[in-house]
Design a protein around this ligand. Structure first.
Ligand code: THG
Length: 366
């Protein structure tokens, strides 16, 4: 494929110098910022992620900060997930929808204080929507994108590496919680979260100037653990059923279609945007839903929709696919119509390399 022409519009991150020094081989663009996709090879990176520990530049997970007396009210307007029980120190995966119930983003909400939240966004311009809602409802809240860049430490040895840099206390951080930890005179939120199923942390690094010192400290401390630079891994995230906004679901899907109905409490009081629309889909149920799909044979890269067909009729579409070394099959995420979404349903997938036999599954691989 051709190169990405660098320019100011495609933002670098606080860690880009480190990423390049570690030999990044490919980037994508996400939230108008560089996101590494390959270091050695997707397969090599996959194996290493599952066996050791990696440091990921996920600065593209930009933060939308809500700060002020109406921050909590605004946060609840933005998501159908019930936030009433959420305490400072917690992270919630929160679908966000427009007035029609169409998904706008699937961020992680980080509650820093009663009057301060970070919305750690997927790839859509959520800042503009949040600013519009805050302004339209005349809310007493500041909405901005702060100089915060998440750095993920993922893999089975993540606890050991993090303990060396932030102290033994990081081991006690629970899943989707965060604590405040010091590094060289700065205090950062460190959460047990991340876009893999291998376990690990995300450090919310405040201040561009603090990026490279932390990056270097993690690599110095992890030499004997075999630490490498890594990035969200296509194969592993499909095996784990981690959804990619813009690929697996878009504004034309409801959270229920995306399998995120469990994060929507449209019944309970909450006054969020899209509640009426979601009440309807929650009651009637979706007519298509995301499913894991195993596909026979070697697969080419998936950079467009692959129709799922049965007897010449379209019954869904594959939106992400890769070849899994561990499961020795093509692994994919697709949107499948109700008539064909049951476990074990045999279908065909129309790939650029020809028709492939495939099976609709119920549970993801990991
Ligand atoms: N971490 C942070 N910000 C992010 C992501 C992240 N922003 C962009 C993108 N990833 C948002 N999308 C997701 C998708 C899945 C998860 C988190 C963010 C995730 N899901 C777990 C799962 O499905 O197993 C847990 C969900 C839960 O139980 O609450 O982690 O990765 N900061």
């Amino acid at each position: 494929m051709a190169m990405i022409s660098p320019s100011r519009r495609v933002r670098r991150t606080p860690f880009s110098d480190g990423v390049e020094a570690q030999g990044v081989k490919a980037y994508t663009v996400y939230n108008r910022m560089l996101l590494p996709t390959v270091f050695e090879s997707v397969e090599y990176d996959y194996r290493h992620l599952k066996e050791a520990v990696q440091v990921w530049d996920v600065s593209v997970e930009r933060q939308v900060e809500l700060r002020g007396p109406d921050a909590g009210r605004l946060m609840q307007m933005l998501t159908p997930r019930d936030l009433r029980g959420m305490l400072p120190g917690q992270c919630y995966y929160v679908p966000m929808v427009d007035e029609t119930g169409g998904m706008l983003n699937d961020p992680v909400c980080v509650k820093l204080a009663e009057d301060r939240y970070w919305v750690s966004i997927a790839d859509s311009d959520l800042l503009l929507w949040v600013k519009g809602i805050a302004y339209g409802y005349r809310l007493d809240v500041l909405v901005d994108e702060p100089d915060v860049s998440p750095l993920a430490v993922q893999g089975p040895l993540a606890d050991d590496l993090m303990a060396r840099v932030f102290g033994e206390g990081v081991r006690d951080v629970r899943f989707f919680r965060f604590g405040m930890f010091d590094f060289e005179g700065n205090t950062f939120a460190v959460a047990r979260s991340g876009y893999s199923k291998q376990g690990g942390f995300e450090i919310y690094v405040e201040g561009t100037e603090n990026g490279m010192p932390l990056w270097n400290a993690l690599f110095d401390a992890g030499k004997d653990l075999g630490v490498r630079a890594g990035c969200p891994n296509l194969i592993e995230r499909i095996e784990g059923g981690l959804l990619s906004y813009g690929n697996d679901m878009t504004r034309w899907n409801t959270p229920h279609e995306a399998g995120l109905g469990k994060f929507c409490s449209t019944q309970t009081a909450i006054g969020c945007v899209g509640r009426d629309a979601l009440l309807r889909v929650a009651k009637e149920g979706p007519v298509q839903q995301i499913r894991p799909i195993s596909i026979d044979g070697g697969l080419p890269p998936c950079d467009r929709i692959w129709p799922i067909v049965v007897n010449g009729k379209k019954v869904g579409q594959v939106t992400s696919a890769a070849n899994s070394p561990d499961f020795d099959t093509g692994v994919a995420i697709g949107m499948v119509r109700m008539t064909h979404w049951d476990e074990g349903t045999k279908v065909q997938v129309d790939t650029p390399d020809g028709m492939r036999d495939a099976t609709v599954l119920e549970k993801f691989w990991i």
